[in-house]
Design a protein around this ligand. Structure first.
Ligand SMILES: C[S@@+](CC[C@H](N)C(=O)[O-])C[C@H]1O[C@@H](n2cnc3c(N)ncnc32)[C@H](O)[C@@H]1O
Length: 224
């Protein structure tokens, strides 16, 4: 499975075009959750580094990890003006997490590829006391309320695509690469997410958002 994910994103990276999407729509919200002062921040699944570059304006140093060599290549090309981002090609599940190293750990649209029960304890250990975990990921429908939120999300998505992504013309190769990837993508429902996160991260704030997303914000208090 990990090989398929790597290959899919190596392929998707070749066609990446910068524009509005359901993930960067939440960048400002996610940045607001960070501690006031960050020396070192870890980003998991940085992709082309769009959020890493925003983090780099808040933190002294950003360690940005991605499984896909092509994603990291694009991220490095687009981040030439940033001296404080350490882009690394790595499978986060094999990564050697340092202990109490980061003021924040962020991850966008990535944790659905990862076994959270195994990963969350490592993230907890790697955060400094007072550090924040900031996650945004994709959400599966589970009830009528979720479907009703589509009544807002679907036309708003359509409108924002027209307004913000006018300049983007997706090639058939790009569409095919994304279609192939989505064939195997699987997401948690909100209740599954709540159960998993709250099991390891007491008092985590788990919120559903428009555009089929949820966020998890958790602070490692001195009492943990
Ligand atoms: C949907 S993309 C999101 C990229 C970026 N965070 C964004 O918001 O645009 C998911 C990223 O997670 C990376 N990824 C998936 N599994 C990973 C793993 N085990 N270790 C590190 N990165 C991983 C993929 O290579 C891909 O670039």
């Amino acid at each position: 499975m990990i090989d398929k994910i790597r290959n899919d994103f190596d392929r998707i990276a070749l066609h990446d075009q910068q524009g509005w999407n359901h993930n960067n729509h939440y960048h400002r919200f996610l940045l607001k959750q960070l501690p006031a002062k960050c020396k070192t921040v870890l980003e998991i699944g940085c992709g082309t580094g769009e959020f890493s570059r925003l983090l780099a304006q808040y933190a002294d140093k950003v360690v940005a990890i991605d499984l896909s060599p092509n994603m990291i290549e694009v991220a490095k090309q687009r981040s030439r003006n940033y001296q404080n981002i350490d882009f690394q090609v790595a499978d986060i599940l094999q990564w050697n997490f340092p202990v109490e190293q980061f003021e924040a750990i962020a991850s966008i649209a990535t944790v659905h590829y990862l076994p959270l029960e195994n990963l969350l304890p490592s993230l907890k250990t790697a955060l400094k006391y007072g550090g924040k975990l900031v996650i945004l990921d994709l959400l599966e429908h589970e009830n009528l309320q979720d479907m009703l939120s589509d009544l807002i999300a679907v036309p708003l998505n359509w409108l924002l695509q027209i307004i913000r992504n006018r300049h983007i013309h997706q090639s058939p190769e790009a569409a095919e690469a994304i279609k192939e990837h989505l064939r195997t993508d699987k997401y948690l429902t909100l209740s599954q997410a709540q159960q998993i996160y709250l099991n390891t991260l007491k008092k985590a704030k788990i919120r559903k958002h428009l555009f089929w997303r949820y966020s998890v914000i958790w602070e490692k208090s001195a009492m943990v």
